[in-house]
Design a protein around this ligand. Structure first.
Ligand SMILES: Nc1ncnc2c1ncn2[C@@H]1O[C@H](COP(=O)(O)OP(=O)(O)OP(=O)(O)O)[C@@H](O)[C@H]1O
Ligand SMILES: [Mg+2]
Length: 461
């Protein structure tokens, strides 16, 4: 129990005194609140492991406070105390987020056991999740999939850093999985029970960024009608992802640097410093080292962030990951769209591996989703793939691949069919448009569609 933080919310000073006297001896850090309102204000200020909550409070019922407590600190272990305990209230309290339930007069030994058990249970739950995520398959880490040497390196780095609290900088092109890596660092580490807060440094207007990060006091500026808790405070006890960090202004960089160094900041319009315990993960698709050289990114901040770097290579540099990822996404979307798909045809898999994927894994995921929607067989076929994936050379390559014994006319037929399907799909199934693009007459188009037995309706939309 040493160093665990406890908040007692009870209007009876005697109860507070007794609890404090007993639990402080075990090295717990204890705060008191005499009403619901004061209790919630404390929870805004400070992160706790436990809340001991009285049922009858001057301004509210303890049970009604539970959702507010959970919202502020999802990981906190809330224990209800009451002299009027009925079973119904107990069940209701647990339903609303209480971890356990207690009747007064409080027996301290029993309370100690309940608290120790709650901590242990929370620890085991986290451990179990971690083992499950690791044990099943070495070609994945949390939700990240990959078996290329590059991704195995990433997994091994992640395996080492999740347990520690070190700041991690995740680099990679758009769509390579940076956010997924940040989520894995959070969910596989010791802070899994705490909050995971994402902050996109680009999406927020510069003028609001500071208040978004650090919060503001009521009346700090025009429009600040209420006190607002910033992202750093929300992330207390958990992890914050500073996304697109390379696009942050130099001014904001200076402020972030201070939080990284001191784990302390002030709300906008506030005087008292706020302390937080937050793990930081930063991500960007920019070349930060280059930005440092050009003076666009602070060197000192770069060194603070760059404690551990995870480099996600572009998908085109690790094609061995493509079939695995494609199968994974195929199953995901087959479930979602109610399709009976069992696999990906070899020619289609080849086409996926040959494409250069400028949008990386995100683009692959979208392409597979579209293919699943098109598909009406047991396997995803080359025909199901979006046309941009089947770039000219791939069209020819896939056509040529099927059967080396084929005659030239046979092969030409196949290539013609491929090009017709491709163009028709791009034209939304409108034969006149496709004919114009290919420089043939509508009549000729109609004949070819008939000859190749192309189902134009399927290519619409
Ligand atoms: N290795 C992977 N295994 C499974 N899914 C992945 C993998 N990499 C990326 N994804 C999926 O691809 C999509 C894009 O990933 P994510 O949002 O993490 O990319 P990002 O690097 O943050 O991109 P951006 O720079 O555009 O924000 C998500 O749906 C993610 O789940
Ligand atoms: Mg992202």
């Amino acid at each position: 129990m040493k160093n665990r933080r406890l908040l007692i919310i009870d209007d009876d000073p005697e109860v507070r005194y007794t609890l404090r006297a007993a639990l402080a001896k075990e090295g717990m850090e204890i705060d008191e609140a005499e009403s619901g309102e004061v209790g919630l204000a404390q929870l805004d200020e400070q992160s706790y492991d436990f809340v001991l909550l009285d049922h009858r409070l001057p301004d509210t019922e303890g049970i009604d406070l539970l959702p507010d407590i959970r919202r502020r600190q999802p990981h906190v272990l809330a224990i209800m105390m009451t002299a009027y305990g009925t079973r119904r209230t107990a069940v209701e309290a647990v339903r609303r987020g209480a971890h356990d339930f207690f009747t007064k007069p409080i027996k301290l030994n029993e309370l100690r056991v309940v608290m120790a058990r709650a901590l242990e249970r929370r620890r085991l739950a986290r451990e179990g999740d971690r083992l499950r995520a690791r044990g099943t398959n070495e070609a994945r880490f949390g939700g990240i999939i990959g078996k290329s040497a590059a991704m195995r390196d990433v997994f091994s780095t992640l395996g080492k850093v999740v347990a520690a609290d070190a700041t991690v900088l995740v680099l990679g092109e758009s769509g390579t999985g940076k956010e997924l890596v940040a989520e894995a660092i959070h969910s596989q580490g010791s802070r899994a029970e705490g909050p995971f807060v994402k902050l996109n440094c680009v999406a927020i207007p510069q003028t609001l960024l500071e208040s978004e990060l650090f919060g503001h006091e009521k009346g700090a500026f025009t429009g600040a009608a209420e006190r607002k808790v910033g992202k750093f405070e929300l992330a207390d006890g958990g992890t914050i992802l500073l996304d697109e960090i390379g696009d942050m202004s130099l001014e904001t960089q200076a402020k972030i640097l201070r939080v990284l160094q001191e784990r302390e900041f002030e709300r906008v319009g506030g005087l008292a410093p706020v302390n937080v315990d937050v793990r930081i993960v930063a991500a960007t698709n920019r070349d930060l080292a280059q930005d440092v050289r050009e003076g666009k990114f602070r060197e000192d901040l770069y060194f603070r962030l760059n404690v551990v770097t995870v480099n996600l290579p572009p998908l085109r540099e690790r094609p061995v990951d493509i079939p695995m990822l494609a199968e994974h996404f195929m199953r995901e979307f087959a479930d979602r769209h109610g399709k009976q798909l069992e696999g990906i045809a070899p020619a289609a898999a080849d086409a996926l591996c040959e494409f250069h994927w400028p949008g990386n894994v995100r683009q692959l995921r979208h392409a597979v989703e579209r293919a699943v929607i098109w598909s009406d067989g047991k396997e995803l076929e080359t025909d199901d793939l979006p046309s941009e994936v089947l770039s000219g050379s791939v069209v020819a390559a896939t056509a040529l691949k099927t059967g080396t014994d084929d005659t030239l006319p046979d092969t030409m037929e196949r290539i013609e069919r491929r090009i017709l399907i491709d163009t028709l799909r791009r034209a939304g199934g409108v034969q006149a448009t496709a004919a114009r693009r290919l420089g043939i007459s509508e009549r000729s188009m109609w004949h070819k569609v008939k000859k190749h037995d192309i189902d134009v309706d399927r290519l619409k939309g």
